[in-house]
Ligand binder design. Sequence first.
Ligand code: DX5
Ligand code: ZN
Length: 227
Amino acid sequence: MVVVSTKIAPSMLSSDFANLAAEAKRMVDLGADWLHMDIMDGHFVPNLTIGAPVIESLRKHTNAYLDCHLMVTNPMDYVEQMGKAGASGFTFHVEVAKENWQELVRKVKSAGMRPGVALKPGTPVEEVYPLVEGETPVEMVLVMTVEPGFGGQKFMPSMMDKVRALRQKYPTLDIEVDGGLGPSTIEAAAAAGANCIVAGSSVFGAPEPGEVISLLRTSVEKAQATT
Ligand code: DX5
Ligand code: ZN
């Protein structure tokens, strides 16, 4: 049995942005491993959220791993500022990095961040294989389980085929799922082999967010123990 470490990453998109530092502390105190930060440019996705200035402000209040998901058309333009701001992970979308992913991954690493690649529901999983097997590989694959852009959407179970294919090919890779994860969908994601779980509305909307975080963790650990 190969064990990859479980990371539960509340999506701060569902938090109270006006109280971001307090929300981040609350999540870490409740057991979050990572904080998932959704960066949107209003172009790659039809929504606008936060950018490096907010990451920089938040970094002054927390040592947590800031798992930054860049839903932007030109990820290269943000590497330097995100690194300086204190981002920990920099996950860009494969759909906008077909030509320059090698240079992008190198830059992300030299800016002190951990490179990851994300894919939208319509993108075939094969498109990320070269990035995982590259000379300077990405260290995480994020499988979107909703169309990127908004929190609170319905989990797409058909995306689990991608997770299964990745886990079979790469037993120790960090595989993240994002969109619609919560108590009713975690079993499917965990069984398919996901070990990094993003959850926004199911955590922040729960009366006891800490219970949801620990339920997500237990599901992933149980699934790993039985495979
Ligand atoms: C959607 C974002 C997600 C979102 C997930 O584009 O990438 O991180 O916040 O939210 P939930 O868990 O509510 O689907
Ligand atoms: Zn995200």
